[in-house]
Design a protein around this ligand. Sequence first.
Ligand SMILES: [Zn+2]
Length: 371
Amino acid sequence: MTSETKVVLATEISESDIVRKKIKSKKTINQLIIDINTEESELYIADDERRHIHISKHPTQISCFKCMDGRVHIPSITGTPIGLVKPYRAIGGKFKVFWPALRKRFHTWVELGLDSGKRSLAFVTYHCSASNPHLGCAGWNYQTDQAKAHITNFCEKLSHVYGYALTAIPTRVETDGDIITLHNGDKEVSGANLIGLTSEKAHLQIAEVFPRMENELIEDILPFMMGNAVRVAYLRDNPRDLSGLDHHERVIALGQGFDWLARQNFALIINDIDPNLDFAIETAAKIVKGNLKSASKNDVATLFTNIPYRKPGMEQREAEVAARELQEFAQDVIKERHPDLWKSGKLMFLIGVTFEPSKKLTVLDQGVVGA
Ligand SMILES: [Zn+2]
């Protein structure tokens, strides 16, 4: 597993470099997204067998609640294939159980798991930076303690609601070193703690922190934590330049199905489960507007709406209409609350749907906002 993981990590790192170079080469931002999708869709299809092998060995179905910040990307920081973890994203990861769309989607996901004899696990994350608080979570105004308190409380509520069917784990992601830390009250275990350990010893370390967790569940957490140990060790040997790690995002990604898009400092990702969607869009637009101010004058940003579908016909048509309407909604919000950005000519738009079995994006429309 170790050598396989290293290959994936090396690929991911070189692709991030490619993204940076392409941004510098002034390739149109929408074309860049389309090109990333082409590459990632091919990788996703190529990873199909690896995914099936993983799922056959590790039956627990896994989701991750996280901030809109693209740095929190479980496949990249654990060296696991895209598609194993179902992501939910909101500003600061400030999820609430009452959110109607989240309730419906998450409940359905847990129930579908139960119907096929699977238990569910959720990594409920907050993020921070060890080197500089301002590289932490803008959604919490860099107040990491508040973020941690919120997600701990959210975990308790999920556990209360779903009982045996779901294990929700408060999880920290430290984004300088990509370190995942799992909390259980005052105890914790991180990828950094597991560097160089055998699977058996790592299993024991996790069991020490989660004494009531079944062995099967620990075995299903293990590939993520062992993969994270490899990633953390890699970054210790090859430290990244932290000077460029503050917000540089140029993409507001709104809708669902963006696991192929997450790149360092590239996109702010908002799922349409947030009942305060207008506020989320307003906040993301504010961040992107600030990023454009500090960028070179030819730089542009884009508002990308995407909805995934699994079946042609009704589901596809619904996804297409929803992606277009979501774009209209978001543009209306930006026009009203950030009119300077709306009419700047620097905000592009891209509307698409993604075919889930291949992650292939179909572009429905694109252009310049306000034109
Ligand atoms: Zn954040």
